[in-house]
Design a protein around this ligand. Sequence first.
Ligand SMILES: Cc1cc2nc3c(=O)[nH]c(=O)nc-3n(C[C@H](O)[C@H](O)[C@H](O)COP(=O)(O)O)c2cc1C
Length: 207
Amino acid sequence: MKVLLVNGSPHERGNTATALAEIAKALETEGVGSEIFWLGTKPVRGCIGCGACRAKGAGKCVFGDDVCNELSGRLAGADGVVIGTPTYYGQPAGQLLAVLQRALFSNPACVAGKPAAGVAICRRGGASAAFQCLNMPFQMLNCLVVGSQYWNIAYGRTPGEAARDDEGMQTMRTLARNMAWLLKNIRRDGALPRPAAEEWRPTHFIR
Ligand SMILES: Cc1cc2nc3c(=O)[nH]c(=O)nc-3n(C[C@H](O)[C@H](O)[C@H](O)COP(=O)(O)O)c2cc1C
């Protein structure tokens, strides 16, 4: 069992990384593997809504010149996912949203039905809005959104400062334990199968 921990910050070793490392450590204690995947700082594109990824059934974004398809591939290979972001103006980092939206639209199966959680870091405020924003796609992709003892938020400004947010780090460990518990129960012998999906009947509100 493996959980992919996506670092959506442009800082490889910033506070988002600190929070994800705390999750990784607690997962390891629970016997669950993990991998931190940093999106990097190279330019990324936003979704242009061309629909080519779906029309061709490719399961990939047609723009292959940034980290998007690598992200969806790594998500697809994971049993559970955590997406971490710094808070920018009360929102997730723009580069993270740009690639995440394309990864999920071109390959929704990469997260569908999996245990998933957002994590947001901030200096002072706005993290709850960013956190909520990260969870929005999970909740419409049949994911099992994993909670903790508080919203998955930690505080810090300069790199590593979040390690001193005791309650924030405890929140990350609790999240990891809940994620591990859920994964083990889903995978155990005799676990009930997930409910069958109804056929999708889109209405677009005009018909
Ligand atoms: C463009 C920008 C916008 C920011 N907006 C907020 C904000 O709305 N609220 C806040 O508390 N911190 C804000 N911050 C601070 C970062 O969220 C904070 O320093 C965080 O720890 C950075 O995480 P990282 O080290 O993983 O990059 C902002 C930082 C930047 C660069």
